[in-house]
Design a protein around this ligand. Structure first.
Ligand code: APR
Length: 337
């Protein structure tokens, strides 16, 4: 995915350029500014002194010196007052100007901290939204790998209710392995082993299973049973009335990867990519599992990432930003932003 949200110390990122959340003097400070200067060494400050400062919303570039990154792009974010003093557009400008500089210097990989979300007080979830929105627009027209580096968990504010809802859903599903087999056999319409049947598959469950089978449009399933992942993906895009571009851009799936899948009927994507397509197409849980199966995967109840994805699909919530907030809150890797 060309945009990834990672948890790391930006000074450790091996990318072409890291972005520094500086102040207008460019003479260093605390926070990420202090960390970058400390890791880069005194030569960074020496070069910054030749730049004559930087205006808020603008960006300037220097070498990376002792950092693993080749360049440091210094940008100055707005000090957040109340959101009514042009803070958002200045913050957007920081990302746009930094990306333009990175492009001008042929950077292929860039890492951003959450600009203004520390000392400058920009609410972290809003700062993250601005970052994702501006970077995503840039990536529609430009080929670059961009990381948003989150240094502390506070960056994601997930509501207490959502957190406890998901925790409960995980507890119900994560520990309840036995009924997992029941659910699986209902879905696969295969008879359960007698032992499983005696482990609490009551009469009512059997009726439910038959009702589910009656409901399922079996011949529709059989019609597509030997369809490849790629064929199902393209069929679903058509059925949803989406264009290819709408599908892969919606969840920030790499354009080149999409054209690979489109041109190779037997292409097998990674599991996160297959899930990202399912979210983008807003597939039901059954359709998601069907699509994953065609790529050789299944949503597993012994995997918290999968259970959280299942939670959101079962709630009909396909908002990639909210899904990532939840994944992050449970220390899981994120879907392409
Ligand atoms: N790697 C990645 N992110 C980091 C790191 C790090 N090593 N250290 C801090 N951060 C995160 C913070 O958690 C915050 O989310 O960077 C984000 C930006 O916080 P600040 O560094 O405080 O930057 P900002 O809010 O833009 O304030 C800029 O602070 O350090 C001074 O000189 C700087 O005056 C300027 C002001």
């Amino acid at each position: 995915m060309p945009l990834e949200i990672v948890r790391n110390d930006i000074t450790k990122m091996t990318v072409d350029a890291i972005v520094n959340a500086a102040n207008e003097s460019l003479l260093g400070g605390g926070g990420v500014d202090g960390a970058i200067h400390y890791a880069a060494g005194p030569e960074l400050l020496a070069e910054c002194k030749t730049l004559d400062g930087c205006k808020t919303g603008k960006a300037k570039i220097t070498g990376g010196y002792n950092l693993p990154a080749k360049y440091v792009i210094h940008t100055v974010g707005p000090v957040y007052e109340d959101g009514k003093h042009g803070e958002k557009s200045l913050l957007e400008s920081c990302y746009r100007e930094s990306l333009a500089l990175a492009k001008k210097h042929n950077c292929e990989t860039v890492a951003f901290p959450l600009i203004s979300s520390g000392v400058y007080g920009y609410p972290k979830d809003q700062a993250l939204k601005v970052a994702i929105d501006v970077i995503s627009v840039f990536l529609l027209e430009n080929d670059m790998m961009v990381y948003i580096v989150i240094f502390d968990k506070a960056a994601y504010k997930i509501s207490e209710k959502l957190f406890s809802d998901i925790t409960e859903y995980i507890d119900d599903n994560y520990v309840d392995e036995h009924t997992d087999y029941r659910r699986e056999s209902m879905r696969m319409n295969t008879p359960m082993a007698p032992m499983q049947a005696s482990v609490g598959l009551f009469e009512s469950d059997l009726c439910e299973c038959k009702a589910m089978m009656a409901e399922e449009d079996l011949d529709a399933k059989l019609k597509h049973i030997d369809e490849s992942f790629s064929q199902m993906l393209l069929r679903k895009i058509d059925e949803k009335g989406m264009t290819d571009a709408e599908c892969y851009k919606k969840d920030n799936i790499d354009r080149k990867l999409f054209s690979k899948i489109r041109s190779d009927v037997h292409y097998k994507p990674s599991k996160p990519t297959a899930i990202a397509f399912a979210i983008s197409l807003e597939l039901s849980l059954d359709e998601t599992e069907d699509m994953l199966k065609k790529a050789g995967f299944a949503l597993s109840h012994s995997n918290k990432f999968d259970i959280i994805i299942e939670y959101f699909i079962s709630k009909g919530n396909y908002n990639i930003f909210e899904i990532n907030e939840a994944l992050f809150a449970f220390d899981q890797s994120l879907l392409g932003a």
